[in-house]
Design a protein around this ligand. Structure first.
Ligand SMILES: Nc1ncnc2c1ncn2[C@@H]1O[C@H](COP(=O)(O)OP(=O)(O)OP(=O)(O)O)[C@@H](O)[C@H]1O
Ligand SMILES: [Mg+2]
Length: 459
């Protein structure tokens, strides 16, 4: 069945231009209403799949339409169309639960896209009271909604109480350390230390004495006996981060330690008993390193009794908005600032970006966004450039076309963008726009018609 849309604008000319847009589009059933009082009572009596309303109206304004709709049915998405210089009011509308707002001038393409999103939205995110849909689940600080992470958490719960060694693999920034800490907290070793070491951080000789400790006089500079990190980790968890970086000789020593449960300090004779649970992590392919003889096979098997693979963020997109909202909330809470939310378009960009640096990159990007933009509603244009660049280049769609056709398409895209920008900056006034741009009004009208641009004709 066709979806039903209620379209409200008390200016008859505006309503007429909207109607024209839908003449050739019979995907929806649309009821156009000019009388806003009538629109309000229609909303009180019926349910619609989507309501689109102008903000500034004489009798019942867009905000009242929005509130009436929310009272009747919280899930009913409402798109607000606002005129020039009413961005603040639009933000208010978003706070009260509007699904999106469109600022004039906009093209029919944008309107249709917005309608599609509105019709497809399952939850109308009510700001600032966020639904569980947006908060997600939390296990030891691991936020998630995806099945992939949910399976990992089930696995953590199952294997944590055993003393089996665990190898965690996954791209950089996916949350491997978070998983390691969760395992520790649910293990029998949780009353003792969780000692993380980065295997790539130190030169071999220093690293050896860090791990195993050294006796006084073992080498120049060893002025007193030092306990190794493995001793501190006794009866606790030893987290070997970047384990692929272990040198061959340390691999041998570590293997011996795992087999004998004993270590010897550098320059020492005495064997010291250690019982540690080893969790290792790497973003490299350790199996491949084994086949290339870069990593000992016996050690690999010792370390990887259980393997956990943390998938990259782009393979579990349902986690992106949950993480993004949580990260933003944390920035706001830290500053005691009001909570913020992302516009549907900004959400789309966050979902589309491939996040090569995973959750850590998301944190960095949103940190920059938080400090550079102080608005409560974060729009797509407020996001850092690399994300926007990820959206396909405007030319990409035309590269396969004939040169002439492609060139005309590029010009069309430019014309639309140029005119939207300049109309907006000239209050939608065509005479002013023409003067500013050095164009004649006829050309402007041609472009407006070509792209079905909705503007307020106040020349
Ligand atoms: N599911 C998640 N929920 C909440 N925070 C997360 C999640 N995954 C990762 N993070 C956060 O992202 C950051 C990176 O995570 P972490 O250090 O665990 O990744 P990593 O896989 O160890 O990265 P690297 O390979 O670069 O060491 C941390 O601040 C972590 O708290
Ligand atoms: Mg890490």
């Amino acid at each position: 069945m066709k979806k039903e849309i209620l379209f409200i604008d008390d200016e008859i000319e505006m309503l007429e231009s909207y109607k024209k847009l839908f003449v050739a589009n019979d995907n929806y059933r649309i009821k156009f209403v000019e009388n806003s009082i009538k629109a309000k009572s229609l909303i009180e009596e019926n349910n619609y799949d989507l309501i689109i309303t102008d903000l500034k109206m004489e009798e019942v304004d867009g905000m009242e339409i929005l509130r009436t709709s929310k009272q009747k049915n919280k899930e009913q998405p409402v798109i607000i169309i606002s005129g020039y210089a009413t961005v603040e009011a639009s933000v208010e509308a978003m706070k009260e639960g509007a699904f999106d707002f469109l600022e004039k001038p906009f093209s029919s393409k944008k309107l249709f896209k917005c309608i599609e999103r509105g019709l497809n939205c399952k939850t109308n995110y009510n700001f600032p009271n966020k639904s569980k849909e947006i908060i997600g689940d939390n296990f030891e600080g691991i936020l998630y909604k995806s099945e992939a992470i949910s399976n990992i958490i089930e696995l953590i719960k199952k294997i944590a109480p055993s003393n089996m060694n665990v190898l965690i693999t996954g791209e950089s920034g996916t949350g491997k350390e978070l998983v390691a800490r969760a395992i520790h907290r649910h293990s029998n070793y949780n009353e003792n230390n969780f000692i993380p070491v980065n295997c790539g951080a130190l030169p071999e000789n220093l690293f050896e004495s860090e791990l195993f400790g050294h006796e006084k006089g073992a080498f120049t500079g060893a002025v007193k006996t030092k306990h190794g990190l493995l001793e501190f980790a006794n009866n606790g968890t030893f987290f070997l981060d970047e384990v692929a970086e272990l040198t061959q000789s340390l691999q041998v020593k570590l293997l011996r330690m795992i087999e004998d449960k004993k270590i010897r300090r550098v320059g020492g004779e005495k064997e010291i008993q250690v019982d540690v649970r080893i969790i290792s992590a790497t973003n490299k392919n350790l199996e491949k390193a084994v086949t290339e003889n870069l990593f000992r096979e016996d050690l690999f098997y010792r370390l990887s009794t259980i393997q956990i693979i943390v998938p990259p963020l782009r393979e579990r997109k349902v986690d992106i908005l949950i993480l993004a909202n949580n990260i933003m909330d944390n920035f706001c809470k830290k500053d005691d600032a009001p909570s913020r939310r992302f516009s549907p378009e900004a959400e789309e960009i966050l979902l589309e970006y491939p996040w090569p640096g995973n959750v850590r990159e998301l944190q960095n990007v949103l940190g920059r966004t938080y400090y550079l933009c102080s608005k409560e509603l974060i729009e797509s244009k407020d996001l850092p450039l690399p994300l926007l660049k990820n959206n396909r280049g405007i030319y990409d769609d035309y590269l396969e076309l004939k040169y002439k056709v492609a060139k005309n398409k590029v010009i069309e895209v430019f014309e639309e963008k140029y005119l939207l920008y300049n109309l907006k900056n000239n209050d939608g006034n065509i005479t002013k726009t023409a003067k500013k741009c050095g164009m004649d009004r006829k050309t402007i009208h041609r472009i407006l018609k070509l792209f079905n641009i909705i503007y307020k004709n106040n020349e």
